[in-house]
Design a protein. Structure first.
Length: 272
């Protein structure tokens, strides 16, 4: 294990900074002990990093957040559209049962305080949700498949169904991910979005018959379609592929590489 004592650096968002009752962040590559393609602040336990390195990194983040390690919830994502709630029933499960519950999950939501929910990414889009009226939070992982299947929209609808959230109240952040400047996709991906009802002219840039996909815009349009206000969506504008020294990029490093964690938490003292 590397003895890296580099300071942990995280990104926060202006849209959510005004709410003292929540903590939110996206980690960077800096501040951990992982090596090689996981260097250094890898926060995924699922992609081949040394278990001790991941555990050290997770503990460092938990110390920063002021929570116990078992209060940081990270699902095993599969580019699907399964959305699960983290509630008291989940918290009371044994750790192996919790792992089983989190297998194949790409979005989480909770109203419990003191529980940080997060998704891991390295080019895919991390999305954070906060309803300051109902005091409920959510996270979603949206690669091209999840975006095309409208996981952002589905997550928002889940909050509406479970907590009677109003879309006009919900704040959404689209975090660091691959940008439309560099995200080249094949014709079959374009066709998938077309079949899913997206306006291709809004999200695909054709440069000499090379297609670039704007995942940021695709998720923004999907959310606006169900009533999220334009000024309630913040797009970080940070490209993970272009800034590989600061962020993990699976397109550069391969699938077996590190991941950032984007998380959100209701601080203790609230309902839940």
């Amino acid at each position: 294990m590397n003895s890296n004592n580099e300071q942990l650096t995280v990104i926060n968002y202006q849209l959510l900074n005004q709410y003292n009752e929540i903590a939110h962040f996206c980690t960077s590559r800096q501040g951990g002990v992982s090596v090689g393609n996981y260097a250094s602040f890898n926060l995924s336990p699922f992609l081949g990093d040394e278990a001790t390195s991941f555990a050290h990194n997770k503990q460092k983040l938990c110390h920063y957040l002021g929570v116990a390690a078992d209060k940081l919830i990270i699902p095993f994502q599969t580019h699907g559209t399964v959305i699960y709630e983290i509630d008291e029933t989940f918290i009371n499960l044994k750790s192996d049962e919790q792992s089983k519950y989190l297998n194949g999950v790409d979005a989480l939501f909770t109203q419990l305080s003191g529980i940080c929910i997060g998704v891991t990414t390295a080019d895919c889009v991390p999305i954070l949700f906060y309803d300051p009226v109902k005091k409920v939070i959510a996270v979603a992982h949206a690669g091209w498949r999840g975006t095309c299947a409208r996981i952002a929209e589905m997550t928002l609808q889940t909050l509406m169904e479970n907590y009677k959230s109003k879309p006009e109240d919900i704040l959404v952040v689209i975090g660091p991910s691959i940008s439309p400047d560099v995200y080249v996709v094949g014709k079959e991906v374009v066709e998938n979005f077309e079949m899913a009802g997206f306006d291709i002219s809004e999200i695909i840039i054709d440069r000499n018959n090379v297609f670039y996909l704007d995942l940021w815009k695709a998720n923004q349009l999907s959310l606006e379609k169900v009533g999220v206000l334009k000024n309630h969506i913040e797009i970080s504008g940070i490209c993970t592929f272009s800034q590989q020294e600061h962020f993990f990029s699976a397109r550069r490093l391969g699938i077996k590489s590190g991941r950032m964690l984007s998380g959100i938490m209701l601080k203790n003292g609230l309902m839940g």
